[in-house]
Design a protein around this ligand. Structure first.
Ligand SMILES: Nc1ncnc2c1ncn2[C@@H]1O[C@H](COP(=O)(O)OP(=O)(O)O)[C@@H](O)[C@H]1O
Ligand SMILES: [Mg+2]
Length: 322
């Protein structure tokens, strides 16, 4: 692991000689997510007095000096930490807030803000569009700072106690130097298969901002409809190589399957985000400027005026009764 630069404020990155330091600091309450790489726990800081205790989420990887996979996982957690830590002093409400990184002989741990739920799917458009605006703004924010997420999907979108969607899991994220001609260029194909843009699935050179927009479009569709646009039901599985090739064949043609219900404006926006030709696909700025948002604002105004009119009419009726 390369050290953090010396002018970094390192008081949120700790290395301990002893595993016991962990149990002195953190109260582990319950496991909330797990994978082969490790697990995510709900925790509290022991140092905080009872009245000020707040929940924390910790992403924990086991260290095993003998194992190459363990070293790769710790490295990946370190990269994830470096990216979300960069945003600590430049936060966005829809991006997970980093708290600290702890390294002990047996564990590497990120601690971060805890959010109680995952985003739900099959929700009404009036509900979902508020989340979509938050998430688009988060992606626009990341891209403008040279960061791509590379694994956007509903399982990586939490919901805060206030109902705001929060993007987590920066395990595949990359940070580019905005001044470099290589910024946002990639030929990697990793990510979650169902959410991979066609050009990324094929591992051909691509702009990772555009592949993020694709994954966000697939996620938006799933939040509205309960499945991705390229599977006919939510029980379709991409298990075998053949399933995957069939699925990616549909993404390549941009062919949505099955039936779906959403407004024409939303459908148009999603089609722009899901253009199989990355050159024709909108970027985050363009998606934020899409006519859908202006129309929504207009219809909100009309509804407000209508409500005000109905209130006034009710008031006049009451007056006429007096
Ligand atoms: N900050 C958090 N607050 C609450 N739950 C979380 C948080 N971070 C992760 N989780 C839960 O843990 C799961 C796995 O975490 P994630 O960072 O996505 O790791 P993985 O690499 O396994 O996908 C998430 O899908 C979510 O359910
Ligand atoms: Mg995840």
């Amino acid at each position: 692991m390369e050290p953090l630069s010396s002018n970094d404020n390192t008081t949120d990155v700790f290395s301990f000689q002893d595993d016991e330091e962990l149990s002195n600091r953190l109260q582990f309450i319950k496991e909330i997510g797990c994978g082969n790489w490790g697990s995510v726990w709900l925790c509290e800081l022991k140092s905080e007095d009872r009245a000020n205790k707040r929940p924390l989420a910790t992403k924990l990887v086991h260290r095993n000096k003998e194992s190459k996979t363990s070293a790769a996982r710790v490295k990946s957690l370190w990269n994830e930490m470096k990216i979300i830590r960069r945003l600590k002093s430049d936060p966005h409400p829809s991006i997970i807030k980093f708290e600290s990184f702890l390294l002990t002989p047996s564990y590497a741990i990120i601690t971060m803000a805890f959010h109680p739920d995952l985003v739900t799917v099959q929700v009404s458009e009036s509900h979902a569009r508020v989340w979509f605006k938050h998430l688009l703004s988060a992606i626009q924010f990341l891209h403008s700072r040279g960061i791509v997420h590379n694994d956007i999907k509903p399982a990586n979108i939490l919901l805060s106690a206030k109902g705001i969607p929060v993007l987590c899991d920066f395990g595949f994220a990359e940070a580019y130097d905005l001044g470099s001609s290589a910024a946002f260029h990639s030929r990697f194909a990793y990510g979650t298969p169902e959410y991979l843009a066609p050009e990324r699935a094929r591992g051909i050179p691509h702009d990772t901002r555009k592949s993020d927009i694709w994954s966000l479009g697939v996620s938006f569709f799933e939040i509205l409809v309960g499945r991705t646009p390229f599977e006919s039901s939510d029980t379709d599985q991409c298990v075998t190589e053949e399933d995957l090739q069939k699925y990616w064949g549909r993404t390549l043609r941009g062919k949505w399957v099955g039936s779906w219900k959403m407004s024409k404006g939303m459908e148009r926006l999603l089609k722009r985000m899901l253009s199989p030709n990355a050159d024709l696909r909108c970027n985050a700025d363009e998606a934020m400027q899409d006519i859908y948002w202006a129309q929504m604002q207009q219809s909100n105004h009309v509804n407000e005026h209508r409500k005000a009119f109905l209130n006034l009419r009710g008031f006049c009726q009451i007056l006429s009764l007096i």
